[in-house]
Design a protein around this ligand. Sequence first.
Ligand SMILES: NC(=O)c1ccc[n+]([C@@H]2O[C@H](COP(=O)([O-])OP(=O)(O)OC[C@H]3O[C@@H](n4cnc5c(N)ncnc54)[C@H](O)[C@@H]3O)[C@@H](O)[C@H]2O)c1
Length: 423
Amino acid sequence: MNVCVIGMGYIGLPTAVTLASSDIGVYGYDINEELINRILSGNTDIVEAGLEEKLKEALERGLLTAGTELRGDSEIYLLVVSTSLDRESNRLDLRALKAATGDLGKVLKKGDLVIVESTVIPGITEEVVKPILEEKSGLACCDDFYLAFCPERVLPGNLMKELINNDRIIGGTDRKAAEMARDFYSRYVRGKLHITDARTAEMAKLMENTYRAVNIALANEIAFIAEENGVNVYEAIRMANNHPRVNIHLPGPGVGGYCLTKDPWFLIQDFENSRIIKDALEINASMPEYVADMAERELHTAGKDISESRVCVLGLAYKGNVSDARESPGYEIFLKLRELGADTVIHDHLVGEYMDHTPVKDIYDAAKGADALVIATEHNLYKELDWKRIKSLMNTEPIVVDTKNIVPDSIPGFDVKKLGVGL
Ligand SMILES: NC(=O)c1ccc[n+]([C@@H]2O[C@H](COP(=O)([O-])OP(=O)(O)OC[C@H]3O[C@@H](n4cnc5c(N)ncnc54)[C@H](O)[C@@H]3O)[C@@H](O)[C@H]2O)c1
């Protein structure tokens, strides 16, 4: 079996490496030459346990090769290119998927199986990918080649394990395609493989991330209510979640990452009457401003004006212990604090650069001269800080605003304010 992974990014590279670790020959194709050269030299910016070692091993064993030319010598093609949100229209941007599909159509052969793993709205596999492949290849779907949709549902930070252990939904454009895809995934996936049609699988993927985004919005609103009622929201959620049918998520500084910020928009892009999902997206989008205002209030209580204060945001990555900063709430908080007039700095030891901004790498350098720290990401590093040392570097009456509930409720010498914790 020889597989071609088209799009070697956050999902494509770990997928290719996982396939090679299962003794499947893989060719990784991407239009980004710099990325391909980095991969071929055995390096990656993606922070995932085991990824880099397995990449080096796959290259050494000759099971993984990569390039910027799409070759036609595989039997299975996985489309894992970006499917971004057009921020102007809040609609799915299909340019990358259409371009990659067009290139694939030119090399497609009889008997090949194409699996779309990129997140799309219902109908894209059958109404966009299929006709492009047929037109470019001159072959007929379901007779000459086979087409399925199988969404990726991994959790960044635990990707290498979840790629293997998670259940997969396989949506075939016909039964044979679904069965071929199931045979392929059964080579390396230990989770269950659930077969359905492509349109249902496309919709289910969007529903999963929408459920999570709406649940986070619910937790955020509950956090506001807890603050007003003198309740600790984390304790209240822990209690409520003892109920066998309740699973309230945690509040936070806003939803970041590539998927939860766009997939709910994809789900409602042609449904004008959305109420719950739209409101949830608005609540989540308002959180960075809410957190910046919290910092301003706490500084004011300490007798300081935000426009004369230095605030250090801890965490540019959108979630703990990963290097991915896409749609980073920490960055949004950083911008809001600047708008409020604060002298602002942002720390992250895992993120290289984001939006032309390079975070300070050393936590103690970042904290120097600050009046407030705002924790925006649950990096393990922030759970193990030397608070005595931090205090000695900061200004008098230092403040900690914790949006992730990761520092102690009280720290000697600091005024600690936690999101969702009322007095
Ligand atoms: N990142 C996640 O946690 C996650 C989780 C589940 C699903 N997904 C979905 O997986 C897909 C890929 O996401 P990602 O995070 O890996 O994105 P990414 O941006 O990290 O990677 C996509 C890669 O596709 C390449 N590419 C773009 N156009 C191309 C073309 N025409 N031909 C070849 N390569 C091309 C890009 O250069 C990039 O390297 C998206 O649809 C995303 O929604 C992502």
